[in-house]
Design a protein around this ligand. Structure first.
Ligand SMILES: Nc1ncnc2c1ncn2[C@@H]1O[C@H](COP(=O)(O)OP(=O)(O)OP(=O)(O)O)[C@@H](O)[C@H]1O
Ligand SMILES: [Mg+2]
Length: 482
């Protein structure tokens, strides 16, 4: 492929040198440049790719794409206003628009993206489709797992993944679309068949600065899809609808909407409700508990309806859908109390999961949690207070202490717990803390292990240890039953 072919969708403002030069690959990290590549200079937050143009040429790059002129180089240089956008457009051409070879479903929102992608995958597979998934925990093609670095990969990696998914016969791909990926043009050249929005709460303001920017970044998805699935109960929904340039299908548990959830039941093992769509009603049963699981199910229903699946077949698919590792995950303990593992590691996440559990708890809520070391310290007392307000008993322990002294972190968390009148203990060693929780559990209690979710390890000062909470819980119960 020549450079000019690769640049065919890019708005090039000027070019110097020979654009019919043959290109064998694309790179934006100079250490990954191979001879014959074109190097795209991205203006980053930590560093600027323009500084590495010379290094890329030394490593064999035959052309450079930049946002501003590069001094003294004989190489072919193309200038464009936005190299992040250009990278996405060039990668799409290089991999021959792979997203046109399957139905692409994108899900954005502060919470619920990972969970909903898995629900959509389960339903589409139950209807005989081969499904690719891209998200926080991992990427998948059918049952094949491909490790993930980000919730949404960079645009080059994304096209590479799409290309592999198309090659391996995926006819549907469902992916998490983070607000960063929308704002940074990582999905700029993607054409979504369906886009969906779960909810918006405060998050990532270090990047977006204002909630308006954050919401508008997410709304970009609805300029890039055929059908937009919207949560009509979320405060940001009207703004999404206003900015959408696609057909929309909304859902609600409260007001008349395209899809309505009625007769909702909340159990510690899951949720049940009637889904009403165009005069049809189907009973939905989902084995994932919590109020927000009704919303994740509604989002998945909207996506699959927009993809042409009937409500009845969707209901069957959801019945067999399994939850996501570390997302309100009920551990199969076979005890008269329940153990739930959840990834919640922010004040909002903890508020969400504890409010959800409060919705179906019959006995006490015992919350075991900590806070990560070398991370945002301001959230520690906030999480302590939220746990104290919404639990009957708190066990404050270690999360990933990293280089910080576990006792110091626990002290900062406790400051928040002490603002409430909730009973608590502190146990630095997380294994012993789990043991304490199980030893003191009573009938109908719910023990929440919060913060580590799908992570099968614990990062300590001097080493990282294997630490899979569901295995630990089952082993401890086994050994206590002797
Ligand atoms: N629809 C929802 N609304 C609010 N909270 C939710 C919802 N779904 C899940 N949660 C809570 O948020 C946590 C994260 O859920 P999930 O991983 O599905 O979200 P995400 O959007 O993928 O998050 P991330 O941005 O970290 O990838 C869950 O562990 C659960 O406690
Ligand atoms: Mg996620």
């Amino acid at each position: 492929m020549t450079l000019s072919e690769l640049l065919k969708d890019v708005d090039v403002t000027s070019v110097q040198g020979n654009t019919s030069v043959k290109i064998s690959g694309i790179a934006f990290n100079s250490t990954e440049v191979k001879p014959g590549d074109v190097f795209v200079c991205i203006t980053g937050f930590k560093t600027d790719g323009h500084k590495y143009a010379a290094d890329a040429l030394e490593r064999g790059a035959v052309a450079i794409v930049v946002e501003r002129p590069i001094e003294d180089t004989a190489a072919t240089v193309a200038i464009t206003k936005n190299t992040r956008l250009a990278l996405s457009q060039m990668a799409a051409v290089y991999y021959d628009y792979p997203y046109r070879k399957f139905r692409l479903i994108g899900i954005t929102g502060t919470n619920g993206k990972t969970t909903t992608t898995y629900l959509v995958k389960s339903v589409m597979e139950s209807c005989g489709h081969k499904v690719g998934l891209i998200g926080t925990n991992q990427n998948m093609i059918g049952e094949t797992v491909i490790p993930a670095k980000h919730t949404t990969p960079d645009s080059l990696e994304l096209m590479r993944l799409f290309s592999r998914m198309a090659e391996e016969g995926a006819d549907t791909v469902v992916m998490e679309v983070s607000s960063h990926s929308l704002a940074l043009d990582r999905v700029a050249s993607c054409e979504f068949d369906v886009g969906a929005f779960t909810n918006v709460t405060q998050d990532h303001l270090d990047f977006h600065e204002t909630m308006e920017n954050y919401i508008d970044a997410k709304a970009l998805l609805f300029k890039k899809c055929r059908v937009g699935v919207l949560n009509a109960d979320d405060a940001a929904c009207e703004r999404m609808r206003e900015l959408a340039e696609c057909e929309t299908l909304d859902y609600s548990t409260k007001i008349p909407a395209g899809i309505l959830a009625d007769n909702i039941e909340y159990m510690s093992t899951g949720v049940k409700f009637d889904a009403i769509y165009k005069g049809q009603t189907s009973k939905i049963e989902l084995g994932i508990p919590g109020g927000f699981s009704v919303y994740n199910a509604l989002t998945a229903i909207g996506c699959c309806l927009a993809a042409g699946i009937s409500l009845e077949r969707i209901a069957n698919g959801l019945k067999n859908a399994s939850g996501v590792k570390g997302r309100i995950e009920v551990v199969n303990t076979d005890t008269d109390y329940t153990v739930i593992i959840d990834y919640a590691h922010t004040p909002d996440g903890l508020l969400n999961i504890l409010s959800a559990i409060r919705g179906f708890a019959k006995g006490r809520i015992i919350t075991l949690f900590g806070c990560g070391g070398d991370r945002d310290r301001t959230k520690r007392p906030k999480m302590g207070k939220i746990a104290g307000q919404l639990s009957d008993f708190c066990i404050v322990t270690s999360d990933n202490p990293r280089s910080e002294k576990p006792a110091d972190i626990i002290e900062e968390v406790l400051a928040g717990v002490k603002e409430t009148d909730c009973e608590y203990v502190t146990i630095e060693n997380r294994f012993e803390a789990i043991e304490y929780a199980l030893d003191n559990a009573k009938k109908d209690d719910i023990i929440l292990l919060a913060g580590k979710g799908h992570e099968p390890y614990q990062i300590l000062k001097d080493r990282t240890i294997v630490f899979d909470e569901r295995e630990i819980v089952l082993k401890l119960i086994d050994s206590s039953e002797g």
